[in-house]
Design a protein around this ligand. Sequence first.
Ligand code: FES
Length: 104
Amino acid sequence: MSGGFVTVARVGEIPEGGVKVVRVEDQAVAVFLVGGAYWAIDDICTHDGGPLAEGQLEDHVIECPRHGARFDIRTGAVLAMPATSPVATWQVKLEGDEIKVGWA
Ligand code: FES
């Protein structure tokens, strides 16, 4: 599969501090708007598959609704157990009012 970007939402669809779950190549991807910038991570907790977008978001930190692992949505880094592996991040760019998510 070669790299590329796909349009997943339009500006205005995701409120500040909000999230939208989209599908990219059969992957569930959580797209957040925080501080005026968009961030995208796999919507699958690396601990046990929890739906991260359903968790509590505080600034750039999302808490898994299942067992409370925390990740930085900018880097995917684990900030709290029980997860030990980072969650995959996606690149996001704007083209006009289209929000695009891509992979390398
Ligand atoms: S599935 Fe996310 S912390 Fe367990």
